[in-house]
Design a protein around this ligand. Structure first.
Ligand code: B12
Length: 367
């Protein structure tokens, strides 16, 4: 197995399950079945001779993330250099789970075959151009830096021990490291970012490498939430100002720590914050916006497929409140990965981290 991203020293390695032998032919059969027969794919692609194929193909364009505002090609152009990163990520995830990465090439060929044989020519040719670029990117060398480290705050010397404590479930040790940093004079938000955020980004790469489980990701974030809440109670909060924000991870997004950090930073600087947390349905967000009439709505977007929901929420807010719409600020891992995405989905602004979020939020509501 090629070792990429080897710069993280995991310290105490946590072995999970012994890798299972993979039945490649079985996997191929199942993927082929998925593409051609599964209800989900059929409803997107249509099956052979299905009357609504053009609409289905359009649905697939939309599913690519951002329809309407920019087209699929625009998105593809903007994400050109990300294709390689994404492929390297999947390759890393597959290889570390003992699934041969060659499988990726096979999947790409099937996709090409599928598009050529099932889609109307006009749509197929667009997708085939993308697939051709993907074939080239498959041969590109790995990026120098792991893609999910973009905008990662610089880790401190204590970030490694903090990460190990999180993965091991040692909440006392993690709490101690966090409090010692505050006692040493570092700010709350600064500590959250350089200790906690950096450690969590590293844990993400360990998950990629199959060296921590999803359970450990949950454990780590639960400990972080507890530490943040505990320390927040001892942190000096600015006098309450005039501004109110509603903050949410929308339906499908379970990554709440970043949103919590931004919410904490706003609250510390005097904002009144309604933190809605994970998996918030758009309708629930709308109810909250209607009831509390915030100056700002903050949305966290962690994975590429959350972009579509974010755009839907932004459109709904604007369509419902018109010129009285609150300012809309977005952020999160996927926003940090892809330049220009915030404007593509119609937000007023984005901010890459909790520290700058306060400045930008203040600017949005006072400008
Ligand atoms: C913990 C974790 C989970 C936990 C989350 C639990 C929880 N309660 O939060 C669980 C187990 C649920 C999870 C699930 C999944 N995850 Co996950 N997860 C992570 C991990 C390790 C840490 C996330 C985190 O807290 N980061 C720390 C915070 C502080 O960083 P942040 O979100 O970027 O926030 C900062 C900025 O972005 C910004 N910001 C964030 N939100 C907002 C909002 C506004 C308004 C503003 C202005 C700014 C802003 O400010 C924040 C503070 O500075 C990341 C790794 C990573 N790089 O983040 C992977 C990661 C995001 N997950 C990943 C994946 C693949 C998944 C799953 C699909 C599979 C899995 N691992 O189970 C599912 C999908 C779940 C879903 N539908 O959402 C991948 C995504 C890769 C990709 N292709 O995009 C990552 C990158 C791991 C990796 N390296 O492969 N995950």
């Amino acid at each position: 197995m090629k070792e990429r991203f080897s710069e993280i020293d995991v310290g105490r390695r946590v072995d999970i399950h012994p890798p299972r032998a993979v039945d490649l032919h079985g996997a191929q059969r199942s993927a082929r079945r998925q593409l051609t027969h599964s209800g989900r794919h059929r409803s997107r692609f249509g099956c052979r001779r299905a009357p609504q194929r053009v609409e289905d193909a359009r649905g697939q364009h939309e599913a690519a993330g951002v329809d309407g505002v920019p087209g699929l090609e625009t998105l593809a152009d903007r994400l050109q250099d990300k294709r390689r990163d994404y492929l390297r990520w999947i390759e890393n995830v597959l290889e570390s789970r003992k699934i041969p990465a060659e499988h990726l090439g096979v999947a790409v060929e099937w996709l090409a075959e599928f598009c050529a044989s099932r889609l109307p020519q006009e749509d197929a040719s667009k997708l085939l151009a993308l697939i051709a670029a993907t074939r080239v990117a498959l041969r590109d060398p790995a990026p120098e830096h792991p893609p999910y480290f973009r905008h990662m705050p610089k880790p401190w010397p204590q970030t490694g021990p903090f990460r190990e404590a999180l993965v091991a479930g040692d909440h006392r040790r993690a709490r101690k490291i966090f409090s010692e940093s505050i006692a040493a004079g570092h700010g709350f938000c600064e500590t959250e970012m350089h200790l906690m955020q950096a450690a969590l980004y590293q844990i993400g790469v360990l998950w990629q490498k199959n060296q921590v489980t999803v359970a450990q990701e949950h454990l780590a974030t639960a400990i972080c939430h507890s530490i943040m809440a505990g320390e927040f109670a001892h942190t000096e909060v600015a006098e309450e100002g005039n501004f109110k924000a509603v903050m949410a991870c929308l339906e499908g997004n379970h990554h709440t720590v970043g949103l919590r950090m931004v919410s904490d930073a706003l609250e510390l600087s005097g904002w009144e914050v309604m933190f809605l947390g994970a998996n918030t349905p758009i309708r629930a967000l709308m109810d909250m916006v209607r009831e509390s009439q915030p100056h700002l709505v903050g949305i966290s977007v962690s994975l590429p497929y959350h972009l579509r929901t974010a755009r839907e929420a932004i459109d709904t807010i604007r369509a419902t409140f018109g010129k009285d719409s609150p300012a809309i600020l977005i952020g999160g891992l996927s926003i940090n990965q892809f330049d220009g995405v915030a404007e593509m989905i119609g937000a007023d602004a984005y901010s890459p981290d909790a520290a700058s979020a306060v400045r930008i939020a203040d600017f949005l509501v006072t400008a």
